[in-house]
Design a protein around this ligand. Sequence first.
Ligand code: KG4
Ligand code: ZN
Length: 357
Amino acid sequence: MKKKTLILGIETSCDETAAAVIEENKGTIPNILSNVVSSQVDVHKEFGGVVPELAARSHIEKIDLIVSKAIKESGKDLSDIDGVAVTAGPGLIICLSVGLNFAKSLASSLNKPFIAVNHLEGHALSPKLVADLNFPYLLLLISGGHTQFLSVKKFGKYKRLGTTIDDALGEAFDKTAKMIGIEFPGGPFLEKLAEKGNPNRFKLPRPILKKGGCNMSFAGLKTAILKISKFIKKDDDKKDLAASFQKTIQEILYVKTKYAFKEFRSLSKTKVNNFVIAGGVAANRNIRKTLIDASVEEGFNPIFPPLEFCGDNAAMIAIAGLEKFKLRKFDKLDHPAKPRWPLDDKAAFLKGAGVKL
Ligand code: KG4
Ligand code: ZN
């Protein structure tokens, strides 16, 4: 049997067309041979948010090129690939279909296994791209479409401990940014603007904070921002509002993370309590600091993927694909695109728990 496994990962669930090649030398941390991400920021900027039809068209235009680039940069040949992994959900169905159809054709023409990957599982495993990651662990997934605490027992075994009951955290960042007048994509620009603001200037609501449990809510916060944004004009006011918003988010995450620690501890008896924080919002340095502080106080070991693997990328899809490959969990070529695909399918349906947008 071959010692090394080469996986091609493809991602087109939202507004990034991405492809990556990773190689695992049995039992070691995989080498990321290439990781190509083509962002569509310029396509959606003037609309202030992702336009699904334009996103899908852009994926169609670029997928060929991006996959070829990833193969070329990896220094390998297409025929060396052992398996083709692709995001099959959750996400925008017309976007998912582009990557899915491309991957199916490629796997079939190469006569290699086809592996359908849950995008959220890619985020969940993203720290594995650079370091060992032992199960079980507590996961906080914070992205544009999701905000969830999950207990990850082993690969593929998730128990949701809490989720947003309305907006996702990245969505709250993006909408707040838009109301303040920050350009798309809002999250990273809001963080930058907040650096120079006074975080104590505006008192904002922290919905369901004291209710107990680790469900979260951000919709009320958004309404408060909308009201304030109508009467502020000066740049300094905008900086203060951005800083106050970010501080409020940090406070909510601090409290809810402590609840999640408690729940995780009562479920999993482990010597080392690992806490993985993944998804686009995990790139926020202030949020990182808050979660590190909370972890240190409670004896948890915080683990963040490197910045380049926080946002959507195909290396994380390849690593989730690699795990399935090792278990010989291959998929059929009629595998559908799944707009909704929760990691814990036994958890009750709540808006933020398995839909991307
Ligand atoms: O994981 P991701 O790339 O896509 C989804 O799967 O949704 O996450 C994108 C989200 C966007 O809402 C973006 O504004 C947010 O992550 N984001 C940030 C930062 N960088 C990206 N939010 C706050 N601070 C950041 N530095
Ligand atoms: Zn994502």
